[in-house]
Design a protein. Structure first.
Length: 275
């Protein structure tokens, strides 16, 4: 599945994914809507435009790999995979999120959804997994690429920077990290907890190519992913500038909705805004 949609179609898919996220977390009465909504355009662009993958053959050997390292944002991944048509992520079960026996667990789990590349949610580990996959592709002489979405709060973890150092040293240029830079984490604003700035300079100092797209502008993301694909000899990080809770007025830039689900009345209001 690649380059089959125009910009207007991709934007329409993104609106639908946002509606899924609101409905899923509302039905579950728990979950992480804010950071799911901020990553919508990133995942829609990857799954519907950039990545080589086949929902009808999810273990295709030459597929590109995707890892959601910030696993608490699972609703966006589930919704995008469901819209792509993966058999183990049915659209009609999305609202079973976090319910006993549901394939849609609170964090991505390969025991329930075999099409996933990794079970994630223990923060700080996804970049290491992605770089391991990138090295495997190189050893096998394969052209597939690996993409990994990181949370900005997550990259306060030391393992991220160990992996960043390793990836640059070994010139793992088939790996692209995307930082969902919405500037809010569990306990509040990133700047008040552990400031990341100057973030781009940090990644450059670790030897990475840095691109800073508007994370809600699909055309900007397309250009950034193309630049990443053209970069040789070093891995690339996209610092995607985003808004927590994007698309829902009362959730935008509101730390409350990092891990609090909307009430039934808020679901109704949000869906009107996303119509």
């Amino acid at each position: 599945m690649r380059k089959t949609k125009d910009l207007a179609q991709l934007q329409a898919i993104a609106r639908g994914v946002r509606r899924h996220i609101v409905e899923m977390t509302g039905a579950a009465k728990s979950g992480h809507p804010g950071g799911s909504l901020s990553a919508v355009e990133t995942l829609v662009t990857l799954y519907f435009d950039v990545m080589n993958h086949d929902p009808a053959n999810p273990r295709w050997a030459d597929r590109d790999r995707f890892i959601l390292s910030k696993g608490h944002a699972a609703p966006v991944l589930y919704a995008v995979m469901a819209e792509c048509g993966y058999a183990d992520t049915p659209v009609d079960q999305l609202n079973t999120l976090r319910k006993l026996g549901s394939v849609y667990q609170g964090h991505p789990d390969r025991r329930f959804i075999p099409s996933l590349e990794a079970s994630t949610g223990s923060l700080g580990q996804g970049l290491s997994v992605a770089i391991g996959m990138g090295l495997a592709a190189r050893l096998d002489g394969k052209a597939w690429r690996t993409y990994v979405v990181l949370g900005d709060g997550e990259i306060q973890e030391g393992q991220i920077w160990e992996a960043a150092m390793f990836g640059a040293f070994h010139k793992v240029d088939n790996v692209v990290a995307i930082v969902d830079y919405n500037r809010i984490q569990l306990d509040g604003f990133v700047k008040d907890i552990m400031e990341l700035e100057p973030l781009a300079d940090k990644w450059r100092a670790f030897g990475w190519q840095v691109v800073e797209p508007d994370g809600h502008d699909i055309a900007s993301l397309q250009k950034a992913f193309a630049e990443a694909a053209a970069t040789k000899g070093k891995p690339t990080v996209l610092i995607a500038h985003t808004i927590k809770g994007k698309g829902v007025s009362f959730m935008e830039n509101n730390p409350k909705f990092h891990g609090v689900a909307p009430t039934p009345a808020e679901v109704e209001q949000a869906l009107k805004e996303l119509a």
